[in-house]
Design a protein around this ligand. Structure first.
Ligand code: SAH
Ligand code: SF4
Ligand code: F3S
Length: 482
């Protein structure tokens, strides 16, 4: 992992090194020079705002981008009306793209007032050639565009962009490198995401992620363990292991290993209190994984297990490679092994060809599994995916009606499930002072539910026993038990 590097000791009159991460340290030192020039001219440090728009993996990438900025001397801005704005984009659904164009409209008006402003875009949406074309044609005020495979080159690209008078674009189709040892600026002091793999090989027929994130690559377990040990030494008590399909971790390593084996190693790390992971694909969820979850005291009793659809026919069309029965059987095994487990999911409504009967199958699974919560999505057509070519796209009014019925059922069940824990005492990790009432703090149970309780900011990062005194739908009110 990243060791503090003395950027000022790097010789900038020499050619940049070719190997990584040394090359990026060189460009971080160059960035620092730019920052110093800025300070001389303006009498203050430049400010940067990194806007994260995607999933947990994108959020982790944003922490790495912020790490580089902080190391080179930028201050963090909490508004886009600032010196440098970087959008880390998502493209999983059409509305994610629309949001980006909306933000660009807004910052273009700011840049008119402040022409020195630097605007950059990176992340999944930049991997789509038609997006880059559109930016080049209609959003010429953007200074820098890069993709998901070369975010480690951010310092180098920034230097290039500020020394050029036109848009710098660097988007790679694919990569097999993983560059370790770059700085990271964590959002929370006590918990952290940890990438265990990148990319996805599953090609679910509706999904753009494999096209924009490339093929599956697992990190070396030694690097993962070392990173977590360092985080723990730095005060982290909870880690979230991240990958698009963590259950297939390790298949492409030189010495293959399973996700369950990795979890056993992480479980051994002293002073680490909680382990979470996401996302689990039902087709690869092994009995061994269920066993580790049951045995470990640190792995939280929560599993996010995306269903997508309850209809075996639609699941086949989605290329999910499991059916309704297999999914229900998994849930049964999980509940038998970890009785208090919370199960959450993702569901797509209105996949092409979805009939009322197919949709009823989804409702049936929701009733049987009784999810603790579910993210429900309206199917969004992604150009380039097989599903975009499918006939029988479901009419919008039908999709909307189904979506509302599903949401009502999910919410009714989630509220009923939450009620069940009222009165019990649970271990809570306190995460922050309550947003609306500063006499309260907010934390999470192992099962990921949120609880508010009387407390103060010195409790942040502590695990405390809390009695859940009242359930208010999707969250609890509680009090510390002494
Ligand atoms: N790798 C994870 C999911 C990543 S995307 C997994 O396989 O579970 C997060 C969620 O977005 C998916 O679970 C799916 O429910 C939803 N999603 C992906 N593509 C979509 C699309 N084209 N339209 C609507 N929802 C989509
Ligand atoms: Fe997309 Fe499927 Fe990969 Fe998840 S597993 S990222 S839904 S292709
Ligand atoms: Fe979005 Fe990319 Fe994540 S498309 S969901 S940010 S992997």
């Amino acid at each position: 992992m990243y060791q503090e590097i003395d950027l000022d000791s790097i010789q900038l009159n020499m050619e940049p090194p070719t190997g990584e991460p040394a090359r990026q340290y060189y460009f971080m030192a160059k960035c620092r020079e730019w920052v110093r020039d800025f300070m001389r001219n303006k009498g203050r440090a430049p400010r940067a705002c990194v806007v994260n728009m995607g999933c947990q993996m994108n959020a982790r990438d944003s922490e790495k981008l912020r790490g580089i900025l902080k190391n080179t001397g930028f201050e963090e801005a909490d508004t886009e009306d600032t010196d440098f704005v970087l959008y880390n984009t998502c493209t999983v659904r059409e509305n994610a793209n629309n949001k980006v164009y909306g933000r660009l409209g807004y910052v273009s008006s700011i840049k008119k007032q402040n022409p020195d402003m630097v605007i950059a875009l990176c992340g999944c949406m930049m991997q789509e050639p038609e997006v880059v074309e559109k930016l080049k044609k209609s959003y010429r005020f953007v200074d820098l565009v890069f993709g998901t495979h070369n975010i480690y080159k951010f310092a180098e690209l920034f230097v290039q962009a500020v020394s050029s008078d036109h848009m710098v674009v660097d988007v790679w189709k694919e990569t097999d490198t993983i560059v370790e040892e770059l700085p990271v600026e964590r959002k929370y002091s006590f918990k952290s995401g940890v990438n265990i793999m990148f990319g996805c090989n599953n090609f679910c027929s509706y999904c753009i992620v494999p096209y924009v994130r490339g093929r599956e690559r697992s990190r070396d377990p030694k690097d993962i363990i070392r990173e977590i040990e360092k985080l723990v030494a730095d005060g982290v008590v909870e880690v979230m292991l991240l990958g698009q399909n963590v259950n297939s971790y390790g298949k492409n390593l030189e010495t293959p290993m399973t996700f369950a084996e990795l979890l056993r190693q992480v479980d051994q790390i002293e002073d680490l209190k909680r382990i979470r992971f996401m996302t689990s694909h039902p087709k690869d969820l092994s009995d061994d994984l269920i066993k580790v979850m049951a045995e470990s005291k640190k792995i939280c009793p929560h599993l996010h297990l995306p269903l997508q659809s309850g209809s075996s026919r639609i699941l086949r069309e989605m290329n999910r490679r499991y059916d309704k029965e297999h999914y229900l059987k998994l849930v049964e095994k999980l509940r038998a092994a970890v009785p208090d487990i919370a199960i959450t999911t993702d569901i797509i409504v209105g996949f092409p060809g979805e009939t009322e009967e197919d949709f009823e199958e989804t409702l049936d699974v929701v009733r049987r599994v009784e999810y603790d919560s579910a993210f429900t999505f309206i199917y969004s057509k992604r150009t380039g995916t097989p599903a975009a070519q499918m006939e029988d796209q479901v009419p919008q009014d039908v999709v909307k009606d189904r979506f509302e019925r599903l949401l009502a059922l999910v919410q009714e069940i989630a509220a009923r499930k939450a009620e069940g824990l009222t009165g019990s005492v649970q271990e809570v990790l306190v995460e922050q002072v309550n947003d609306h009432d500063e006499t309260l703090v907010t934390g999470r149970l192992g099962n990921n539910s949120v609880v508010h309780l009387p407390g103060s900011k010195d409790m942040i990062g502590c695990m405390v026993p809390v009695r859940l005194t009242e359930c208010r739908g999707f969250y609890y009110m509680g009090e510390v038990v002494s």
